[in-house]
Design a protein around this ligand. Structure first.
Ligand SMILES: [Fe+2]
Ligand SMILES: [Fe+2]
Length: 152
């Protein structure tokens, strides 16, 4: 563990915290909506686009930061997991931008009110899985240094 990677791990922790806040904000918006009214799909589209932008920047930093690549170098048995995580970055970027476009175009106008949120939730659930796997890969590669960072 170099100082460079230690500081990047600390940065990753705060990045993940910001991402969780963005997701909590999106869920909170949906839960607190006026259920007597049709959901504001334009607003949902803007929020999904904000999530896309945050993810795009988060993933780009993870990819440039090299912690995942370094984890695969340190522990070759994690290489397949790391390759899968990097592939998922591309899938999340594409899924969120396509969903935001569908919402902006009004593609959900004639379906049940829950329908678009079901798609958002599927992305959020997959994203939570992604982050859990990422945390376990980083903990397996960097051990206590990563866990210490997590507990700060
Ligand atoms: Fe990631
Ligand atoms: Fe991440």
């Amino acid at each position: 563990m170099t100082i460079k990677h230690r500081s990047k791990l600390g940065w990753l922790k705060s990045e993940h915290h910001d991402l969780l806040c963005e997701i909590a904000g999106l869920k909170g918006w949906w839960d607190s909506r006026d259920k007597a009214q049709a959901p504001n799909l334009g607003e949902m589209g803007r929020r999904v686009m904000n999530l896309h932008d945050r993810l795009a920047s988060h993933f780009a930093k993870e990819e440039e930061g090299g912690c995942l690549t370094k984890a695969a170098e340190l522990r070759p048995e994690l290489a397949a997991n790391v390759a899968q995580l990097l592939k998922e970055h591309q899938q999340f970027r594409s899924k969120t931008s396509k969903l935001a476009e569908k919402l902006a175009r009004g593609d959900f106008r004639n379906v049940g009110q829950e329908e678009p949120w079901i798609e958002v939730q599927a992305i959020l659930a997959a994203l939570a899985e992604h982050e859990i796997t990422e945390n376990s890969v980083l903990a397996a590669a960097f051990g206590e240094s990563y866990r210490d960072d997590e507990e700060e």
